[in-house]
Design a protein. Sequence first.
Length: 333
Amino acid sequence: MNNKITESTAASKSAPPLGGGGGVGDSVQVFAPATVANVVCGFDVLGFAVNEPGDEVIMRVTDKPGITISKITGDDGRLPLNPEKNTVSVSVKHYLQSIGRADIGLDIELHKKMPIGSGLGSSSASTVAGLFAIKTLLGDDSDPIKLLPFAIKGEEMACGHGHADNVAPALFGGFVLIRSYEPLDVVRLPHPKGLYCAIVFPDVDVPTREARQIIRNKIYMKDAVTQWGNIAGLVSGLFMGDIDLIGRSMHDVLVEPVRSMLIPDFYKMREIAMQTGAVSFGISGSGPSVFAFTKDEETARQITQKLQKHLTGIKIGSQAYVSPINDAGPRVL
């Protein structure tokens, strides 16, 4: 993967015709995974993909130019069918315009297989699935990194801020560092193969826009130094395969102290997770989902069970997922 990208070179100016040149015909179904962004200390610059949950997009070629959305499931009626207001269709439209194929007719079905507002990159999974679907229909086997600027446009529509720490790992798979936004420069990081992630999504509402608004605009230098050290330690631990160093480095003195107030019993859940064998614990994205890294799958499952039991005890429902880091990213179903 080319680790650098700029908007001006994001997309080729030509593409194979639909249904030919290595494409899959007139329809395709694509899955794109959920992601954990920030990874505690890496606000807006770190993220990784997991195996589940995720979203699915079915895309079909139509005779009439333009994009329509004929069906959305799993969203409880919360997402717009209007193609001018849906992140999937908007990002696909920008991509087609960039390659001179705005005349294409497409129909989109979006099947939400993951909770909205979970802090697990729900909008990112949908957007990436749509972009990967059109790329597949075009028979375009070039590097998927050219889709990243268009996925970021979808994020900007979804939450008002065009960050890449969800869409980049959803698109590429694995663990991703956003080194720079201007120009856009992403790096796919290695990770220990034995690293597992335990995720619990409490049934509470933490809107992404509001979660961003409560973050401080100014910080103390000593806090910045602490944060830099932790980010460097986390990246070093990933390269070295040192899970203990990863765990020691995953501390956030800037964002988590504020956002944790929006998540019921956050620190009690962290205590439970760490006592059960987690090497780290934190907020996934803007929350309310929380996650823990572990050295094996069984420990991850024990953590999700205990956290769900605790949430049930305070009358909060939840969903749980256990996964290694997903290196595949989106895939054709």
